[in-house]
Design a protein around this ligand. Structure first.
Ligand code: UD1
Length: 434
């Protein structure tokens, strides 16, 4: 298995291009199941989760192809994918595939809407908590689906097609909002989704569905109205920038000090997180190309408390990175995770680098320390692993992060983007290594 080796101490200066959002690309790829025509997605990040999802969809009958490189394209530019689900050949998503990526469970919405049936494996537990699927089931039932759990599978049937309904989420769920919105596009009549997730990725999926002929209003707000149509058609859609990648590099610059412009992105996608970053004493400026992040390495990092919340609150997917930054703050901060159980596993690894963090329930109390010292650490999940990289960038000496496959699921060419800005970071190929 590959490792990432970092020698801490350098400031970051330069330009980091931000990729298309992984969390938008995944539902957009799944939306290709809704039409027999071609869906073209531009600015798709080159990530393990994307290629895995393409392979999973090919089992349902989706043909996919990638554009080769075009003149003048930098290899950091996103890719263009063409997806065509001319005929759905299989409405079953088996355990060995769904268990590899939870988001592949989301095929249940489009398969049910288009074919009147779907048999999708329960995703199973994962490292950041049990992550149940009750909201998906209740929402699809509100649209007339009959749902049973059989031998580890969710079996959903709507032989006469789905019909519009009203569903109020008791708890905000990004994935269940994506699924209900996709399913509702082909249902008979109007569907109203209340207490919907307001994440920019939901709005991006809606933009693509509308380009495919869907009638959707209110995506990006708490109430979404979908007027069902008999069929959707092909379209071309450009994936929005990755706000989590944006926030991650912004926090890395705050950690090391320096002056970096994040291009192809927008501060409007993550205002809450940027406000928290600004409160740490980092300069955050919206510029024509994206965002400019500046911090004098000699100036102190102020402690700032954050609580994770559904959008537009502070994102859970930036919690670990912010905690890494707070390990070097001049004082005590409190970081509270409210979205997922068990999403503080990076605490033990950050402690290996010298961080002082006490966990009480869902809250981590971080006492800033003047120095971190490099050590071997292990990635536990996607966002946790990048928090270890951020800490490694300032830790004295060498930090090696193992289980890098977590990083490859969500961060495109991380080592290259950071080393171009002056970081000493490299991938060590896993040949003969454990
Ligand atoms: C998505 C993101 C993930 C992010 C999360 C929250 C993708 C591919 N992943 O995950 O990066 O961290 O949103 O912003 O976009 N829940 C239930 N029952 C359900 C569904 C969810 O109780 O049926 C709970 C979950 O366990 C969790 C909370 O709802 O505690 C929010 O989860 P959800 O928004 O659904 O997360 P994902 O869509 O899986």
């Amino acid at each position: 298995m590959d490792k990432i080796r970092i020698v801490g101490g350098n400031r970051l200066d330069g330009i980091i291009p931000i990729s298309g959002a992984k969390n938008a690309a995944l539902p957009l790829i799944i939306a290709s199941l809704l039409t027999d025509e071609r869906l073209t997605l531009e600015n798709v990040p080159r990530l393990r989760d994307v290629s895995l999802l393409n392979r999973i969809l090919s089992n349902h009958g989706v043909d996919y192809s990638l554009n080769g490189k075009r003149p003048g394209e930098d290899h950091l530019t996103g890719q263009t994918i063409h997806l065509t689900a001319r005929e759905i050949v299989d409405t079953c998503a088996p355990y060995d595939l769904v268990s590899q990526m939870r988001a592949s469970f989301w095929v249940i919405g489009p398969l049910l809407a288009r074919c009147g049936e779907a048999r999708v494996s329960l995703p199973g537990g994962c490292a950041i908590g049990p992550r149940p699927v009750d909201l998906f089931i209740a929402g699809l039932e509100a649209m007339g689906a009959a749902i049973d759990i059989e031998a580890g599978y969710v079996v959903a049937r709507a032989p006469g097609g789905l019909r519009g309904g009203r569903y109020t989420f008791p708890k905000v769920s990004v994935g269940a909002t994506h699924v209900l919105m996709m399913a509702a596009t082909l249902a008979k009549g109007e569907t109203v989704i209340e207490n919907a997730a307001r994440e920019p990725e939901v709005a991006d999926l809606a933009r693509c569905l509308v380009a495919m002929g869907a009638k959707i209003e209110g995506a990006g707000t708490a109430t979404i109205h979908v007027q069902g149509v008999p069929r959707l058609h092909g379209a071309t859609h450009r994936v929005l920038p990755d706000r989590i990648e944006t926030g991650t590099y912004a926090m890395a610059v705050a950690m090391t000090g320096g002056d970096v412009t994040l291009t192809h992105t927008s501060g409007d996608l993550l205002r809450n997180a940027l406000d928290a970053l600004a409160a740490t004493g980092t300069s955050v400026a919206d510029v024509a190309e994206g965002l400019r992040i500046v911090r004098d390495p000699a100036s102190p990092i102020h402690p700032v408390d954050v609580v994770t919340e559904p959008y537009p609150g502070f994102p859970t997917d930036l919690q670990a990175q912010f905690m890494a930054l707070m390990t070097r703050a001049a004082g005590v901060s409190r970081i509270t995770e409210t979205i997922f159980e068990n999403r503080l596993m990076h605490v033990a690894e950050l402690a290996r680098l010298g961080a002082r963090i006490d966990v009480d329930g869902r809250t981590a109390r971080v006492t800033g320390v003047p120095r971190l010292v490099g050590a071997p650490v292990m990635a536990t999940d996607l966002r946790a692993s990048v928090s270890l990289v951020i800490a490694g960038l300032v830790a004295e000496g060498e930090t090696t992060v193992s289980r890098v496959y977590h990083l490859d699921r969500g961060f495109e060419r991380l080592e290259e983007k950071l080393s171009r800005c002056g970081a000493v970071i490299e991938r060590i190929s896993g040949e003969g290594m454990r």
